[in-house]
Design a protein around this ligand. Sequence first.
Ligand code: COI
Length: 360
Amino acid sequence: MRTKYRLLPENERKSPPPKGTDLPFGMLRTNHMFMMDYADGEWHDPRIVPYAPISLMPGAMCFHYGQSFFEGIKAFRHEDGEIYIFRPDENAKRQNHSADVLCMPSIPVETQLDAIHRLVDVERDWCPSEPQSSLYIRPFMFATQDALGVKPSKTLLYCIMLSPSGAYYKGGFNHVVRLLISKKYHRAVSGGTGTAKAAGNYAASIKPQIYAQSFGVEQVLYLNADNTCIEEVGTMNHYHVLKDGTFVIPEFGDSILRSVTSVSVLELAAAGKLKARQEVVYLDKFIEDVKSGEIIEAGGLGTACVVSPVGSYIFEDNSEMVVGNGEIGEHSRRLYEMYSAIQTGRAPAPAGWLSKVPRY
Ligand code: COI
């Protein structure tokens, strides 16, 4: 299948924000997007077209039953002026996992990568180079069949849009988060959709986030359904750091999203760059170890924030538990610096981690 291009004439294109702009996260759009239709059991008509509203029937199943998922990937402008996408193959594999969980069709990894590369090539001028900025790539797929029976949609749309973005939080890595340990709300359960980047998982996380805000904190620490184990933090995987500098990430299991950031941290550990492992993290033991000083740092790992340090945990009785000295720890800082140096080309990347955008 050949991708068709229907590009705006130069004089109708918006210009990218000038160099040095303090970019918000996820608010700006480029001129074009990628689209591809699914019908009759096949993907059809891959195309790059102007970024514009999409027309759907009111009965389109995505509106009613939420058969929809997304991915998040980042591209970086390196000093050589070229654009490099960070591990898009990992996201493409995870996309196919999400599709499987939600009974939606997969797209060959090579086809996904080709679409991403072609779109970013068209929009290469939009890739920023400021510290903590990136061209955020947002692939997504949703059900378009106009039918009210609950079943897999026979037609779907797959799109990719781009957003030149700064850090997720104002202050970026230096923003220290407080978390509510919620026993009231859960993100996912065993056998549910927690391992997929299902749109509905994020819809369901808004109320818990507002609940957390009522305690004066920003995000939720999600536990498993029986409130015994730590699972995720906000939209990220959780980590803590032991006194000896080891990063501990909860076992992915079948209710935790496989964060590409966590996978990469574990691979860096396997290559001897840091100490990290996965295990089931029991809440009681975690609390005991934070209080005794056995755990000295904690935070979240995800594409948008990369590393998001946590200063303290709030319980639903309003008591607070500070981690370490409540500030950003040296291990979290070192990981963030190592990781962003790899992404931006200031340190060598492990083989296959950076995908240079071809000039088509
Ligand atoms: C991520 O950081 O991986 C995310 O999915 C964040 C996104 C919801 C903005």
